[in-house]
Design a protein. Structure first.
Length: 365
């Protein structure tokens, strides 16, 4: 990916945020933070479904230790490890883990932490459920009167002829769940029924998933990162434009290979009108999906330049991907400042205690 040089340029923001100082903390804050991880898969290229945010835990440890007095890394292997964590009751758990696989069922980390009145980063299970299935997310967005492309879901054999398809070609087809543009390629845009059948079958064979089929939006593509301002709880939206070269079919598709090989270009949004449109849509979508603390909303324009919600990620990556680049281009924020802000937001969150059946989850997304 290419980051545009913005040195010396004025930074546009959708809100205000407390000023940052040069990582100098003469008196460390007396807080205890545990960076919680799970054992990594032997195949580092595999998608670890129970992890929403892949962390460089040693780097996070180094950064947080500059500001906070007690920071440590905890790997959870057994349910007893989790119980010990609850007994230690740290001020904050900094983790990208969604849930744990145990012998008697599955435990969702953030729900477990809420039950034990422990603060954490990102959203809880209910919000993650809202965004995980892209059709559920789009229904919630429609109910909130936010624009999103017309859609339906399908699998091989479900729509047997062109007359059975409820929306008009051209269509865009992708897996119903999953991130990183997995399952998206040059064949995702279809103009006829045979191409529709082929792509739906491809997704079923390669990913064993239903397909989300949408009206194709040919306009520009954006991603808007969201941060909560810890001083007042307001949402700060940080739009970026994602530019990709045309493929052999003349389309600009942000597909899996382009993301995986960093072949897209990321630039700031300089048009104030578009900036506001993207910011308003993303903040409304984040709120409708019950997001907390941080997230990312993907948006695409139609042929008239009208922004539409595409999908959401309420556990955005905290390496040097789109979330970080949004912070850099919009707030001139360093990577270290971003991590510290996420931790500050987590520590300042209101504690919400609720009863939930977080154990023995049988049907995962």
């Amino acid at each position: 990916m290419i980051i545009k040089n913005i040195t010396g340029k004025q930074i546009s923001t959708a809100g205000t945020i407390l000023p940052f100082k040069k990582n100098i903390f003469p008196n460390k804050i007396d807080k205890t933070i545990e960076i919680v991880t799970v054992p990594k898969l032997s195949d580092i290229t595999a998608n670890q479904k129970n992890v929403g945010i892949v962390l460089d835990e040693k780097l996070i440890l180094k950064i947080l230790s500059e500001r906070y007095r007690n920071v440590s890394i905890t790997e959870i292997i057994t349910k007893n490890d989790l119980k010990k964590l609850a007994l230690r009751k740290p001020d904050l758990v900094f983790s990208g883990v969604k849930y744990f696989y145990f012998a008697d069922g599955i435990i969702w980390l953030n729900d477990y932490l809420e039950l034990h009145d422990i603060l954490y980063i990102a959203s809880n299970r209910a919000a993650l459920h809202n965004e995980h299935d892209k059709s559920i997310a789009k229904k919630i967005i429609q109910k909130a009167n936010i624009r999103t492309a017309d859609f339906f879901t399908t699998e091989p054999g479900e729509h047997q002829n062109e007359m059975s398809i409820p929306i008009s070609f051209p269509l865009f087809i992708k897996p119903l769940t999953g991130g990183d543009s997995r399952g998206v390629d040059e064949n995702s845009i279809v103009y006829d029924f045979l191409s529709f059948q082929a792509k739906v079958l491809d997704i079923k064979h390669k990913h064993n998933l239903r397909s989300l089929v949408e009206t194709y939006l040919p306009g520009k593509e954006y991603s808007v990162s969201i941060l909560q301002d810890r001083s007042n709880g307001n949402l700060i939206a940080m739009p970026i434009e994602i530019v990709v070269k045309k493929n052999i079919n003349g389309h600009r598709i942000l597909d899996y290979d382009i993301k995986d090989n960093d072949h897209e270009k990321v630039i700031e949004v300089s048009d104030s009108k578009i900036f506001k449109q993207l910011s308003d849509l993303s903040k409304n979508a984040f709120t409708a999906l019950d997001g907390k603390s941080l997230g990312r909303i993907d948006i695409k324009m139609d042929h008239r330049g009208v922004p539409h919600f595409i999908e959401a990620n309420l556990m955005p990556g905290l390496r040097e991907g789109y979330f970080y680049r949004s912070c850099l281009l919009n707030l001139n924020m360093s990577y270290e400042q971003m991590i510290l802000t996420v931790a500050d937001n987590g520590l300042s969150s209101q504690r919400i205690h609720f009863s939930t059946n977080f154990i023995r989850e049988k049907n995962l997304y």
